[in-house]
Design a protein around this ligand. Structure first.
Ligand SMILES: *Cc1c(COP(=O)(O)O)cnc(C)c1O
Length: 404
């Protein structure tokens, strides 16, 4: 196809310009500014082996997936991006690219589904994962010569928002010829670009910030290496865990406002975190955007303008009961799992997203029964802060009345 695929977008442009224009060509036949959704599963050929355009069969590639992948590659400062049917499918494909007998070193605080895949699926195929709560210090010792092939980082961690210095870990891994993967779901490409800090592959659950409207399940991996492109796109097609053209189109539409949403979510989370921190009913606040965060220096080095993103967690006075009541009493924050949408959500990790982790392991990672996780959306900061404070007052009072 000779159409101008990038619609004037070039990698030297800034984030917002790329978010709107990268991978967003005008339709070459009608001039439509927004690409049509190509639902066709198959594409006509003029003679055997000569398709009319670029496409043959939709699992292998289709225009909407191509457009979305091109946009994500631009935003993550990558040469390539590949989209999958979920964040979990993305993780699975990266792990399946390893030969049986391979070893992986991972941070302990990974997304629950990632932990499940590492321990219950990858292990069944001969790939074993060692977890470390302090990977910056431990990575060198945990590397097994000739066996370790991958280091897996998730920063910030979920739900305590601890940060990992990507550059530090990558320097050690690369000395041993080992690839570094960063799950960047919580920060989104607007706040953090892991490839700029030495990561080899960045992965996202597009379900969260990139789509941003809580209506698409999707994943993406971005990277620069030509050999990774060959291997991972082979697996994308061979395994077939690919998103539909409709989902690619929706996620691409969501991505065009990522910079606006991420800035607003950061403003809102900062405001809520500061209000919570000032309350006598709060034992601790975990938010990388404020100076009390133990890894604030990493946030300043690794995040755009030291931004903290939209996620925070805090420990409420009054134990598990107060935590549960808080999430019932909020009116703007909806009690629900997931994150990264325009609407604000809250949940109690120990009873919901992290309930599957044994209590002692959970608490060692800072996930106490009184911890509440909040995903700040793009409503107004005043309303979110007022909502959090009223729910806090009510929940703490109610938990005291009936005997904690
Ligand atoms: C949600 C999530 C995933 C999994 O993504 P799905 O799209 O739900 O499969 C992976 N990593 C992180 C950090 C997540 O939040």
């Amino acid at each position: 196809m000779t159409a101008d695929k990038t619609n004037g977008a070039s990698h030297s442009q800034n984030f917002g310009t790329l978010a709107v224009h990268a991978g967003a060509p005008h339709d070459p036949t009608t001039g439509a500014v927004i690409a049509p959704i190509s639902l066709s599963t198959t594409y006509a050929q003029t003679s055997v082996g000569n398709p009319v355009g670029l496409y043959e069969y939709t699992r292998s590639s289709n225009p909407n997936r191509d457009n979305f992948e091109e946009a994500v590659a631009a935003l993550e400062h990558a040469k390539y991006a590949l989209a999958f049917s979920s964040g979990s499918a993305t993780t699975a494909v990266v792990l399946q690219s390893l030969a049986a007998g391979s070893h992986v070193v991972s941070v302990s605080d990974v997304y629950g589904g990632t932990h499940r895949y590492f321990t219950k699926v990858a292990s069944a195929h001969g790939v074993h994962v060692t977890f470390s709560p302090t990977i910056e210090q431990d990575v060198e010792d945990l590397i097994r010569p000739n066996e370790t092939k991958l280091v897996w980082i998730e920063t910030p961690s979920n739900p305590t928002l601890g940060l990992v210095d990507i550059e530090k870990v990558a320097a050690v891994a690369h000395r041993h010829g080992i690839l570094v993967v960063v799950d960047n779901t919580f920060m989104s490409p607007y706040v953090q670009n892991p490839l700029d800090h030495g990561a080899d592959i960045v992965v996202h659950s597009v379900t969260k910030y990139i789509n941003g409207h809580s209506d698409v399940l999707m994943g993406v991996a971005a990277f620069n290496s030509d050999s990774l492109k060959e291997r991972l796109s082979f697996l994308q097609n061979a395994i077939g865990a690919v998103p539909s053209p409709f989902d690619c189109w929706l996620a691409h539409r969501g991505l065009k406002t990522l910079h606006l949403r991420a800035r607003e979510a950061t403003t809102n989370a900062t405001s809520v975190a500061k209000a919570l921190e000032a309350s006598p009913h709060v034992l601790a606040v975990n938010y990388p955007g404020i100076d009390s965060h133990p890894h604030r220096a990493i946030a300043i080095k690794q995040h755009r303008n030291g931004m903290g993103g939209g996620m925070l967690s805090f420990r409420i006075q009054g134990g598990q009961k107060a935590a549960h009541l808080f999430c019932q009493y909020t009116k703007v924050f909806t009690l629900a799992e997931s994150l990264g949408g325009v609407e604000s959500l809250c949940e109690v990790p120990s009873s919901m997203t992290h309930a599957g982790i044994p209590k002692d392991q959970r608490e060692a990672a800072g996930v106490f029964d009184d911890l509440v996780r909040m995903s700040c959306g793009v409503e107004d900061a005043e309303d979110l802060t007022a909502d959090a404070l009223q729910a806090l007052e009510k929940a703490v009072a109610a938990s005291q009345q009936n005997g904690a």
